[in-house]
Design a protein around this ligand. Structure first.
Ligand code: DGL
Length: 249
């Protein structure tokens, strides 16, 4: 039995869980801290403390290794998590960086404020290449998605604004640098005026991850706030009904 802990600030990491569980059988334990979402607007100290609480909860499930299915946590807190807990943590951002290095052209990274402020993507990509990396904080998107607003005029207006530079310069690669964004990938594409190569880090991670797989698939989803919207969104993202269990973190 391989027990994998997958976590995020909220619903976003379910896009990673969905991809992983489609291709790899294991015992997955997911925790979304949607009571405290968005992490992207918080200080590094707050993000580190909240992430440690998530890991402490998941450790009760006898976890073999963790998938940090949150770009913000991967960029801001993963080093602290590795120092504090004697476990393997796979970072979603490292997977996307590996992929972009194999692609032609520059990168436009859509991400949270905290991820952009730390230049999580930019520094890693430019350490190994001379690509130009444009970072765009998209602060309203996570709240739209957590509230179940995955289309509509307000979302579209903000997307147009966020994608302005990409459209203007026709930047070849767009990294969905927040796990919430694949949920609105269709809307993102709709608001691009050229054919960009869109990179979803969850797909890269799923393609490249190697571990001892089980014969059966088992998924448990925990969240710190359970309500009609979080349950509906979970069912939509996972493509089937999975009852969320409530945890007080
Ligand atoms: N989904 C998270 C990420 O990948 C962060 C969203 C948030 O809490 O701001 O960065």
């Amino acid at each position: 039995m391989t027990n994998i802990g997958v976590f995020d600030s909220g619903l976003g990491g379910l896009t990673v869980l969905k991809e992983l569980s489609k291709k790899h059988k294991a015992n997955y334990f997911y925790l979304g801290d949607n009571k405290n979402v968005p992490y992207g607007d918080k200080s590094s100290g707050e993000i580190i403390d909240l992430s440690k609480n998530i890991v402490k909860f998941l450790l009760k499930k006898d976890i073999d290794f963790f998938v940090v299915a949150c770009n913000t946590i991967s960029v801001v807190a993963i080093d602290e998590l590795k120092k504090t807990f004697d476990k393997k943590f796979i970072s979603i951002t490292d997977e996307a960086v590996k992929e972009i290095l194999n692609r032609k052209g520059d990168a436009f990274v859509m991400a949270t404020k905290a991820t952009c402020l730390k230049h999580g993507y930019k520094e890693k990509i430019q350490r190994f290449s001379d690509k130009k990396v444009y970072e765009k904080a998209c602060p309203s998107l996570v709240s739209f998605i957590e509230n179940g607003e995955i289309c509509g005029k307000d979302l579209e207006n903000d997307l147009k604004k966020y994608l302005d530079l990409a459209n203007e310069r026709k930047i070849e690669n767009i990294i969905l640098g927040c796990t919430h964004y694949p949920i609105i990938e269709k809307e993102i594409k709709k608001n691009l005026t050229y054919a960009a190569n869109i990179i979803d880090p969850a797909k890269v991670l799923t393609r490249d991850i190697v571990f001892d797989e089980d014969e059966n698939l088992n998924i448990e989803i925990y969240m710190t706030d359970v309500n009609e919207i979080s349950q509906n969104m979970t069912n939509i993202i996972m493509g089937r009904e999975i009852k969320i269990k409530k945890v007080s973190n």
